[in-house]
Design a protein around this ligand. Sequence first.
Ligand code: F6P
Length: 327
Amino acid sequence: MNKANIKNIGVFTSGGDSPGMNAAIRAVVRTGLYYDLKVTGIYRGYDGMISGDFHLMERKSVANIIQRGGTILKTARSEEFRTAEGRKKAYEQLKKHNVDAIVAIGGDGTFTGANIFYDEYKVPVIGLPGTIDNDLIGTDFTIGYDTAINTVIDAVDKIRDTAESHDRLFIVEVMGRDSGLIALRSGIGTGAEAILIPETKTDIKALLCRLETSRKDKSSKIIIVAEGDDAGGAFEIAKVVKEKFPGTDTRVSILGHIQRGGPPSCMDRVLASRLGVAAVESLMEGRNREMIGIVNGKIHFTPFGNAIKHNPEVNPELLKIVEILSL
Ligand code: F6P
């Protein structure tokens, strides 16, 4: 199977962490060892690759981590790796530690770096989609997204209880600097009255009109806004809502980084395990410069050049569901 004659695979996490990254690391390490390869853990993403923060992994290095959020390998957004000098140092460290292929777990910034690195140094690389934002082309779901949306619905269900008790309107801000997919699914899942996302132009007038004409017997209302929405964050939306409806008791809640932590859901654990096994096997088969995802239940390969583009499309069916059900 080891057509590519790989002997030592380096694995690292990079960019924002996401629940399930540990399950992916575990799968890469154990699959490598299963095929009698060495597996080297690279700490702190590209920064650790540059500084040589390398540790040989054993089976027990990844024991008891499948259920833990965060990443045991730590993560970083490396400025130095953006420079040619930084990448040269990283290559020298890989050579020094005899790492001959890498598995990069992260989002589009991670894959952009890996793509440039391959152009320069030809170190085979496979990417796994690890981000709560679910904004990569080439996979139905990224590792961490399912957990994040479940964290959001848990929080919003609690907010709904108190909103209902006080007859309040809540504006809840969720993560997604460039992507509204956390807002969209969690908004549907919590029966939000409105969902504001960066992919569609937010029409404030239409939002105010919707609030005005919605059922008068509703005692609570929840608007979910993605942090990257074009109309601004939750506080900006709250300002216009309060101006228009001064009699409505309005509150803001920003969920923030709790969305990135916590034990991964079963779906994320299984997704990460499948992708981790596939990453090692595909490097051995000679595949390279591709992100592995799952599309329609099956392993799917996407060249980095395509995967790194943000997915601008939002499923129109989901948008319609919001329109119909939230009134
Ligand atoms: O992980 C992706 C993401 O959650 C974005 O949605 C968010 O804008 C960003 O990370 C914030 O990350 P940090 O606080 O680490 O800069």
